[in-house]
Design a protein around this ligand. Structure first.
Ligand code: PLP
Length: 393
């Protein structure tokens, strides 16, 4: 592929990550729960990886649960906590969820609603973020008993949006939730390794991470859960992960994840500068396309994501744009990877207030550490041609 600009969907493995995983595979393939030496080696690799990730987020190793990825970590955060509260107090929490969250948060919340929990939606601004005033309003409504909303607030707001890149004011939101006696979770899948992330500074009780968005392996992620909180496991089985997730762990994936995180941390400043340059290059090149509208806010967004649409989107074929780009050798997405291919406009872009046609016509460019200026030029030229072709039909 001449230009891979779909790094928010997934990233290619870093060579150092491949090397580290091969090294672990050669060292031991034993079960980390076995008592023999091979098992002990596997255990130490697993625990060293956990320690490395915990140190990077300012948490303790026992606060890091390895999962199969971001989706499972989000499920464990919301369902694991809600079930624990229900089992221990007899009451479900009330969930406050931002409307622009990933489906890996929205769908567990919908499931909990079916089970009997109340779920309230936090509206997002035109830029895609949750305004502190919106959260304050919802928390205040919950405090009025006549409203019939009861239960401990369990609030989930993502650190940055995967479609628009919009960054949420997490410390401020978390503080408000704590003032109201609630629990705060953030889905940090898109920011981990790209923005400094310290659980204590941000004030979050739970946070979700995924390895494959940071040039690490697919099939592993992590949930940070404050040592003050208890979760009900969703996967019952062995006593792995301190009884919070049964199943044989993968030291190889954990070591790959830790290596990927370390590389991101070491190169964070440099990457941020490079992303900002690529972003302004792309914005500048896209000016050549008439009626193109930039969705991603100029300020307060991740520099590695740029989402755009068109004023005349109702005349264009959104899926056709992505396919046309693909045929030109450029990999981009519209909407999140999970919804694209379904003709449904992205729920995130609708939540921002975009008309359905504009949401359907959106194109998301996302960069990774291996993105080059040459790829940006190829992508901008391809989009110009594909849009012109559609407009001339
Ligand atoms: N949360 C966000 C914000 C994401 O972008 C994604 C992936 O697209 C996920 C969660 C799901 O993570 P995973 O693919 O590791 O299950």
């Amino acid at each position: 592929m001449p230009a891979y600009l779909d790094n928010s969907a997934t990233t290619p493995l870093a060579p150092e990550v491949i090397e580290r995983m091969e090294q672990v595979r050669a060292q031991t393939q034993a079960n980390a729960s076995s008592v023999h030496r091979g098992g002990q080696l596997a255990r130490s690799i697993l625990e060293d990886s956990r320690q490395q990730i915990a140190a990077m987020i300012g948490g303790e190793p026992k606060e890091v649960i390895f999962t199969s990825g971001g989706t499972e970590a989000n499920n464990l955060a919301l369902k694991g906590l809600a079930l624990k509260l229900k089992l221990s107090t007899g009451h479900w929490p009330t969930l406050l969820i931002a409307r622009a969250e990933h489906h890996a948060v929205l769908h567990p919340a919908e499931f909990l609603e079916v089970m009997g929990a109340s779920v309230k939606m936090l509206e997002v601004t035109h830029e895609g973020g949750v305004a502190p005033s919106e959260l304050q309003k919802c928390l205040a409504e919950m405090a009025i008993p006549e409203r019939g909303i009861s239960g401990k607030p369990l609030v989930s707001v993502m650190h940055a949006n995967n479609e628009t890149g919009t960054i949420n004011p997490i410390p401020q939101l978390a503080e408000m939730v704590h003032q109201a006696g609630g629990i705060f979770h953030t889905d940090a899948v898109q920011t981990f390794g790209k923005l400094p992330f310290d659980v204590r500074e941000l004030g979050v009780d739970m946070a979700t991470f995924s390895a494959h968005k940071i040039h690490g392996p697919k099939g592993i992620g992590a949930l940070f859960v404050s040592k003050e909180l208890e979760l009900e496991p969703l996967i019952h089985g062995g006593a792995q992960e301190r009884n919070r997730r049964g199943g044989t762990e993968s030291p190889e994936l954990a070591a790959g994840f830790a290596m990927a995180a370390q590389l991101c941390a070491e190169q964070m400043e440099q990457s941020r500068r490079t992303f900002a340059q690529l972003n302004s290059q792309l914005r500048q090149r896209l000016q050549a396309i008439p009626d193109l509208q930039i969705i991603t806010p100029a300020e307060g967004a991740l520099p590695n994501i740029l989402n755009i649409t068109f004023a005349d989107a109702e005349r264009l074929d959104g899926e056709g744009l992505i396919v046309g780009m693909d045929l030109a050798g450029v990999a981009v997405s519209n909407g999140s990877a999970c919804t694209s291919g379904s003709q449904q406009p992205s729920h995130v872009l609708l939540a921002l207030g975009l008309p359905a046609a504009q949401a359907r016509g959106a194109v998301r460019f996302s960069f990774g550490r291996f993105t080059t200026q040459g790829e940006i030029d190829i992508a901008a030229d391809a989009l110009l041609r594909v849009v012109q072709r559609q407009r001339n039909r």
